[in-house]
Design a protein around this ligand. Structure first.
Ligand SMILES: [Ca+2]
Ligand SMILES: [Ca+2]
Length: 330
């Protein structure tokens, strides 16, 4: 009798135990399923978010490339229709596109500067009479930056290994860390200035803000767009006061002869002046939500037929507002 009671109790306990295990198993499976579902949903959301970011970035890129195409068209139209044979700061290409609403989905801004408005450092690579070297010396003096720049840049871009004054050639760069050589060819990018010896980063930034870099060693200064510092340092006979007075006026000289007649101090350098520009730089930025694309594009415009060629595209530069166009020529 007792044995029967105990056996019945054991059997009930056993049944309860099995139900307990089954319940725990169900709960465990439910927990695993909930966990899996959450993970799948979260991965799904991440994928959607990544796709959205990719889509917005692609859209911003297309807007920036659209700006580039518009600039190309504007420069061509300027050369063949609206403003042939003369380029000045009142023309359409020189007007910035202020932050423009992109149908409520983002903002776009862009501006164009001509690179014939400033001193081209690569002119030092072909400078038999040292005129460009002396121009750079006057420029560095005016900017109050290291007097070594003219010699250093001359040595950097000239083909030889002869050290010029305060300059430096391979031997000076080989002991740098990391060691390297002088370029001994024209500069491709103003950031090369950071490779020079014995000049401060601050001086380099000041110089970059004032000079240009064109892919040729012979270039002219457009007297309709150049700033006072560029004009004053271009020839020793031109005072800073005269250059400042000159740029205060609205400049729309139709040819260099007109300019020199009005400003005889430039007579000796008139063959190096122009009233047109050949190289242009566009900076654009398109922003859609969290995606931002900055584009810097370098164009050359053929002065004979207005054809505009894209020479360089750079997505690595941070967009800077065009508060001072002349200081934004890198
Ligand atoms: Ca024009
Ligand atoms: Ca050299």
């Amino acid at each position: 009798m007792d044995k029967g009671i105990y056996a019945g109790q054991r059997a009930r306990r056993h049944a309860h135990g099995e139900r307990g295990v089954a319940l725990i198993t169900v709960l465990l499976i439910t927990a695993i399923l909930v966990g899996l579902t959450t993970q799948i949903l979260s991965s799904h959301n991440l994928v959607i978010s990544q796709h959205q970011n990719t889509f917005e970035h692609a859209q911003a890129l297309e807007y920036a490339l659209g700006a580039e195409e518009l600039v190309r068209q504007a420069l061509y139209d300027d050369a063949v229709n609206s403003g042939p044979n003369v380029d000045h700061l009142e023309e359409i290409w020189a007007q910035p596109v202020l932050p423009l609403d992109l149908d409520g989905v983002g903002l776009m801004q862009a501006y164009v500067i001509d690179l014939n408005r400033c001193f081209n450092l690569n002119t030092l690579a072909d400078d038999p009479n040292n005129l460009n070297f002396e121009r750079l010396q006057r420029l560095t003096e005016r900017l109050n930056v290291s007097p070594n720049f003219a010699d250093l840049i001359k040595d950097w871009v000239d083909e030889d290994q002869t050290v010029s004054g305060l300059g430096a050639e391979d031997s000076a760069y080989q002991i740098k860390r990391p060691p390297h050589l002088a370029a001994n060819q024209v500069m491709r990018d103003l950031s090369e200035l950071n490779m020079l010896v014995d000049v401060s980063g601050e001086d380099i930034q000041t110089l970059i803000g004032q000079v240009c870099l064109l892919p040729e060693t012979q270039s002219k200064i457009n007297v309709n767009t150049a700033d006072a510092v560029t004009l004053a340092t271009f020839d020793p006979g031109v005072s800073m006061a005269d250059a400042e007075a000159l740029v205060q006026q609205t400049r729309n000289y139709q040819d260099v002869t007109d300019f020199v007649a009005a400003n005889p101090a430039f007579l000796s350098v008139q063959s190096e002046l122009s009233v047109t520009s050949e190289y242009f730089l566009m900076r654009a930025q398109a922003q859609l939500s969290q995606s931002r694309v900055s584009l810097t594009s370098l164009f050359r415009r053929d002065l004979s037929n207005g054809q505009v060629t894209l020479l360089q595209r750079d997505f690595g530069n941070t967009f800077r507002a065009n508060s001072t166009a002349n200081s934004d020529s890198s």
